[in-house]
Design a protein around this ligand. Sequence first.
Ligand code: GLU
Length: 300
Amino acid sequence: MSGAGRFAPSPSGDLHLGNLRTAVLAWLFARSTDRRFLLRVEDLDRVRPGAETRQLDDLAALGLDWDGPVVHQSQRIALYENAIARLAAQGRTYECYCTRREILEAASAPHAPAGAYPGTCRTLTDEQREQRRATGRRPATRLSALVDTFTVHDVLRGDYTGIVDDVVLRRGDGVPAYNLAVVVDDAAQGVDQVVRGDDLLGSAPRQAYLASLLDLAVPTYAHVPLALNAERKRLAKRDGAVTLADQVALGHSPAQVLSRLARSLGLARAGETVDLPLLLDRFDPATLPRTPWVFARPGR
Ligand code: GLU
């Protein structure tokens, strides 16, 4: 087997049906292309006790399997620091003292590209930097990007060009930032196929650019449509019975939940119960729905 795909949940709560659907897709993409399938717990941020175990149990209950041990980002800080040091050695980092509020204000200025950090701290003089240091605020470390945009290829979306700004590499609290960690991990783990929710499509150009600066291979992307609630907003816990445990409590077996997910992907017929080997047989990225899955509770 060459290459690997992965699923990389953040253990901040239970996976909902949209997350489980993405996990099934990531597994199908990997297995149908003879790749390994890896699980990585992205626990640099908010961790809810018990969430990881429930997430892994839910994935296994749907029949997903993965290769090798589950990797935890919190155990890999040295790798991320090493990458930051390499970028620093290229002169591609700077300290940023901006508060969230300052960034929002600057980013809403006329002509600022939407959602991009405007580079306020990039051009601080030594004196200005000393003044900010003297306030005792701990700086974030940002990338000093040489481009404004970058193009990635997405299996479902084609070529996608998006903003690259001076992304945070290490947060003010000293924790490596998601955009850096994900790039370092995917490369270190041999991940060459990234399948995830299309809410992250906008981050892919930044991540691919970072990979290129670090001389790392850029993976193939497939950003899959999200699950939405009846109001067409992103599915969330408050939408009711959206976790596997909720569904089981309503009397639906994991196999029935998998079948419902498969139906939403056009891989099963109404009333049909399917398993993963059958889905693998039927899976064809070309036929996947390109629009969000609207999950409405039956009887509503
Ligand atoms: N940990 C991220 C999330 O749960 C996914 C990151 C990724 O797939 O690149 O939203």
